[in-house]
Design a protein around this ligand. Structure first.
Ligand code: FES
Length: 163
């Protein structure tokens, strides 16, 4: 469950996390992964804290975070939509699929909707090229898409998330 990053309490749990990894050389990535598990992303405040405590320059930490696609600097949506832009999907009309997703949600690739429901990402290949164009929503793959079809799918996810 994602927490807020404020107050001494959070700093204390971050300190404990750093102590746990103290004797491990090169523990930066596991440290970042644990922070992300806890907050849902990597808040700037937490990165500044890690930099000061561990003595790794902040710029270097940002370099690591931006290098690894599994580490996120901003909160992600409850639903992750991955639009494939690999060769087969590109030929099959990935751009039109992408436009349809952005029309439906009001955000483009690399962004999260204001209500925090959806994050849209651009990916290279989902491994189902013969069924292009494809999109993955959370862990479900949707294939042979048309702009109309993907809009319907996105609407369905929006409805199933009423909680
Ligand atoms: S190119 Fe899209 S699934 Fe392979």
């Amino acid at each position: 469950m994602a927490k807020e990053m404020n107050g001494e309490m959070d700093k204390e749990s971050l300190r404990q996390l750093l102590e746990k990894h103290e004797s491990e050389p090169g523990a930066l990535i596991p440290i970042l992964q644990e922070i992300q598990e806890s907050f849902g992303y990597l808040p700037e405040e937490a990165l500044v804290f890690v930099s000061e405590e561990v003595g790794i320059p902040l710029g270097k930490i940002y370099g690591v975070v931006t290098f690894y696609s599994q580490l996120y600097l901003s909160p992600r949506g409850k639903n992750i939509i991955r639009v494939c832009h690999g060769t087969a999907c590109h030929i099959g009309g990935a751009e039109r699929i992408s436009e349809a997703v952005s029309e439906e949600l009001g955000v483009g690739e690399g962004a999260t909707t204001e209500d925090g429901e959806f994050t849209v990402e651009r990916v290279a290949c989902l491994g189902c090229c013969s069924l292009a164009p494809c999109v993955m929503v959370n862990d479900e793959t949707h294939a042979r898409l048309s702009p109309r079809k993907i809009k319907r799918i996105v609407k369905k996810y929006r409805k199933t998330r009423v909680d």
